[in-house]
Design a binder for this molecule. Structure first.
Ligand SMILES: CC(C)(COP(=O)(O)OP(=O)(O)OC[C@H]1O[C@@H](n2cnc3c(N)ncnc32)[C@H](O)[C@@H]1OP(=O)(O)O)[C@@H](O)C(=O)NCCC(=O)NCCS
Length: 251
């Protein structure tokens, strides 16, 4: 499996997740253009997490900036953003030129399932967490006092996103989500509550997600890592594919 195909799957799955989350939010809707997918959420006008476009073809996405400005403006959105492959330097300098500023950058990672050197025979291969639980554990992990991730995930129908958890002392302590998209398993919302870290719980939920993907005969796993998460994924056998940059436009 070459990196170009893994990268394509990473961005496709990521765009699906973005539009699933944004499109399911109150009054949210989705824009689909050649080379770009975006979600518009007028009820959250200051959330660039929900009001974001994903550039599937970075060059083409540049031509869509004017339309995005109009569509987000018409929706009353004050902060919106675009996810783009940071290795497309020509594109990111155009974004800067157009008045956008980089808000975050994190590594996109992936691997072919057959290349992972882990034994999944003892892993639980079935989803065992509801979306609200996944959101709640993420809020605890990121220190969100406003329960924003629990509220975001609670708007979704159970089933499309597959949730996994590991308990500690009878309470959910680590979680992950997977979106099966074509042949790819896109993993997101991996988190462990602070007091339960470094005990192998995130590894355990990742093993569940991988065993479930294997059960459905998917061929790859992709995800966006954080600094803390990257080592964990490297140990499982995933590799860096590209920087995923979020460029924000503020009014
Ligand atoms: C990243 C995160 C999910 C890791 O969760 P975790 O449950 O601590 O992960 P694990 O315990 O499986 O592995 C973490 C480390 O503990 C080590 N570890 C695992 N079991 C261990 C044990 N019994 N004793 C000591 N260390 C152990 C692992 O080897 C790993 O070491 P490394 O950091 O040197 O690579 C967690 O830190 C977190 O929620 N961070 C905030 C949110 C975030 O960044 N999420 C990732 C999104 S991509």
């Amino acid at each position: 499996m070459d990196d170009a195909e893994l990268k394509r799957r990473l961005w496709d799955g990521f765009a699906s997740l973005q539009t699933l989350l944004g499109g399911s939010a109150k009054n949210g809707f989705v824009l689909e253009r050649d080379g770009l997918m975006a979600s518009v959420v007028p009820s959250a006008p200051d959330s660039p997490a929900l009001n974001a476009a994903v550039a599937l073809k970075p060059d083409m996405a540049l031509h869509m900036l004017d339309e995005l400005e109009v569509r987000y403006g018409d929706a009353g959105v004050r902060r919106w953003a675009i996810w783009v492959d940071g290795s497309a330097r020509g594109v990111t300098s155009e974004l800067r030129h157009a008045g956008l500023a980089i808000a975050s950058a994190s590594p996109g990672m992936g691997a072919a399932l057959e290349d992972l050197k882990i034994d999944l025979t003892t892993a639980n291969p079935r989803p065992n967490a509801d979306l609200r639980t996944v959101g709640r554990v993420n809020d605890l992990a990121y220190g969100n006092v406003d329960s924003r991730l629990e509220r975001t995930l609670a708007t979704l129908h159970e089933g499309t996103l597959r949730g996994y958890k590991a308990d500690l002392n009878g309470a959910p302590a680590a979680v992950a989500l997977a979106l099966h998209h074509g042949q790819d398993c896109g993993v997101s919302f991996v988190a462990t509550v602070p007091k339960a870290r470094r005990q192998g719980l995130a590894t355990q939920v990742m093993r569940s997600a991988l065993a479930d993907a294997q059960r459905f005969q998917l061929t790859t796993i992709t995800l966006q890592a954080t600094e803390l998460g990257e080592r964990l994924y490297q140990q499982l056998g995933l590799r860096r594919l590209c920087p995923m940059e979020l460029w924000e436009r503020r009014r």
